[in-house]
Design a protein around this ligand. Sequence first.
Ligand SMILES: Nc1ncnc2c1ncn2[C@@H]1O[C@H](COP(=O)(O)OP(=O)(O)OP(=O)(O)O)[C@@H](O)[C@H]1O
Length: 357
Amino acid sequence: MSSLTVTDVTKSYGATPVLTGVDLHVPEGSFTALLGPSGCGKTTLLRLVAGFDDPDRGTVDVGGRLVAGPGRSVAARRRHIGFVPQEGGLFPHLSVAGNVAFGLPRRQRRDAGRVASLLELVGLDAALAQRSPHQLSGGQQQRVALARALAPAPSLVLLDEPFSSLDASLREETRQAVADALTAAGATAVLVTHDQAEALSMADQVAVLRGGRLVQLADPRTLYRSPQDLDVATFVGESVVLDADVRAGRAHSALGVLDLERTCPDGPVRVLLRPEQLRLGPSAGAGPRARVRGVDFFGHDARVRLELSSGMAFSARLEGWDLPAVGDDVTVGVLGAALPFPGDAVRSGVGRVPAST
Ligand SMILES: Nc1ncnc2c1ncn2[C@@H]1O[C@H](COP(=O)(O)OP(=O)(O)OP(=O)(O)O)[C@@H](O)[C@H]1O
């Protein structure tokens, strides 16, 4: 397996810039997720790396070998890159074993042991080897597609939204199987997704793309806890954004006086909390009082929608055992510190919680 280095990659279709000055380094043996909203250029970047298209400017380097750049474009089939497309792209007329064997060098195609070990690597029972793709679940098909992509021991594996067509329970299970197989193979992998939970749970590092630019590259915890701006914050998770006034290093806000995650000059600021930092107490307790306006119960946890007497609405994320009822009055406490964004203009004093889950 090899590292991947993308330097200053720019691509336009007609007059429309799709990628602008993208720099990305994926260390050997690591897993990077490209995360961003629809149309931000994720798939285009993957296609330029795979060799399905060429950048207008910049370079792509796989394991120290320049595969795309000024005057150079190595053909896709010579880049030693495995590709797992959205729907798996299995050959319908070949068996599972035939599909996996297709990825092997010609002289190894009849090696049943090699095919069996690849199926084992992706967590599939060898008994499935003679089935046709249409006799498999969507999750099993994706695993076969990964086994086929890993078969030639590629330098790099690219996965383009491979779980998007799977239903929720199968998606979780398949993600885990794919992540385990990639780790076991020591693969360098890049996954395209618009699902923040998928990116945060699977990847070693997450590259957030917005409008064709890479706006932040960080490990999942850093990205979630220290997003570079409020747009990234709300894209990677639910947020409570408050207007506040910093005095002597603490933020005075509608949810009380908050400690800050990093130093911030005195003055108006917007601060970020995550809904799971909020704790609710009895209405007679200390802290700002709020009324419960709604409870969205998910089983293991719940989103409790709250409103202060000022009309400010926000949500807390609580474990599902001991939840308040709609109409209850509660007090709100804050765990940990808030993240300040001094550059963001103070708006109307109303907190917001995006609907993204
Ligand atoms: N071959 C092409 N010709 C013209 N425009 C294109 C082409 N490929 C992509 N685009 C445009 O480039 C932009 C980025 O597309 P891309 O598929 O890379 O986005 P994405 O982030 O992967 O989105 P999604 O999550 O919806 O797949 C879009 O506006 C798309 O319409």
